[in-house]
Design a protein around this ligand. Structure first.
Ligand code: PEP
Ligand code: MN
Length: 284
């Protein structure tokens, strides 16, 4: 069905390799997504306080993270769970940028808060639950800021690329795709990291794709290996949740690395990435 729709609507999508053969490179601060480097985005799931974000931001910066993440508006399964600090959280993120120089990535949940989030952040995240929120995608397409588009938890590759097409068709070509795990029958992890989508995306699209092993596993002990696997698979970046007091975290503590674990992981990611880069020509 989708194949037919694709054909009818657009024989050559803007996000496709047929349309543009060279990789798209998206520059944010010192980081470039898509130029064969591996910038790392790190930070807590949710912004909880000014001290919390400043502490974590300083530690992840020291370890080599290039961007800081944290949600001020959180998409929660339960309406009784912490929903985020809202604009106050965005202000704390601005403070992080001022004090550390790290660009900010934060999620936008809906059209009513889009202008507000856009005015504070450097990269706008559209989360898994909103991957097919078409009005949000169209609004993101009108933004001048790069969009981090997470894969929906049950989205096929063609649906994901079509979501990116909604953004690009409105004029915003700065899109970073993010694989964050899909729903399967597995119970040993929260989701299943679908690494095979990386070579598949690279074949079909010129857009960069990064890997989020934190949401893909939901389990701290699995994050290190899956981040390494993402680097080995040729990801254009890695997104990691980090918290200094994960037991007290208001969201996703169980999957958040401690800052010292994150620092060790950074060293390993860079080692793997060097090997991948050296062997690049041999992949095909
Ligand atoms: C997040 O990044 O904190 C988040 C909610 O991610 P996802 O949309 O992948 O669940
Ligand atoms: Mn999270």
């Amino acid at each position: 069905m989708l194949a037919i729709m694709e054909k009818e609507s657009s024989p050559c999508m803007l996000v496709s390799r047929e349309f543009q053969n060279e990789n798209s490179c998206i520059k944010v601060g010192d980081a470039v997504f898509g130029d064969n480097s591996i910038p790392v985005i790190a930070g807590p799931c949710a912004v909880e306080s000014r001290d919390q974000v400043l502490y974590i931001a300083k530690s992840v910066k020291k370890a080599g993270a290039k961007l800081f993440r944290g949600g001020a508006f959180k998409p929660r399964t339960s309406p009784y769970s912490f929903q985020g600090l809202g604009e106050k959280g965005l202000q704390y993120l601005s403070r992080v940028r001022e004090e550390t120089g790290l660009p900010i990535v934060t999620e936008v949940l809906d059209l009513s808060t889009f202008d507000l989030v856009e005015s504070y952040t450097d990269v706008i995240q559209i989360g898994a639950r909103n991957m097919q929120n078409f009005s949000l995608l169209k609004r993101a397409g009108k933004s001048k800021k790069p969009i981090l588009l997470k894969r929906g938890m049950a989205a096929e590759l063609s649906e994901w690329l079509m979501a990116a097409e909604y953004i690009m068709e409105e004029g915003n070509a700065d899109i970073i795709l993010c694989e964050r795990g899909i729903r399967t029958f597995a119970t040993h992890s929260r989701n299943t990291l679908d690494l095979s989508i990386i070579p598949a995306v690279k074949k079909q699209s010129h857009l960069p794709i990064i890997v989020d092993p934190s949401h893909a596993t939901g389990v701290r002990d699995q994050v290190f290996s899956m981040a390494c696997a993402g680097a080995a698979t040729g990801a254009d970046g890695i997104l990691i949740e980090v918290h200094n007091k994960p037991k007290q975290a208001r969201c996703d503590g169980a999957q958040s690395l401690y800052p010292d674990q994150f620092a060790k992981l950074m060293g390993t990611i860079n080692t793997i990435h060097d090997i991948v880069k050296k062997n690049k020509g041999k992949r095909k």
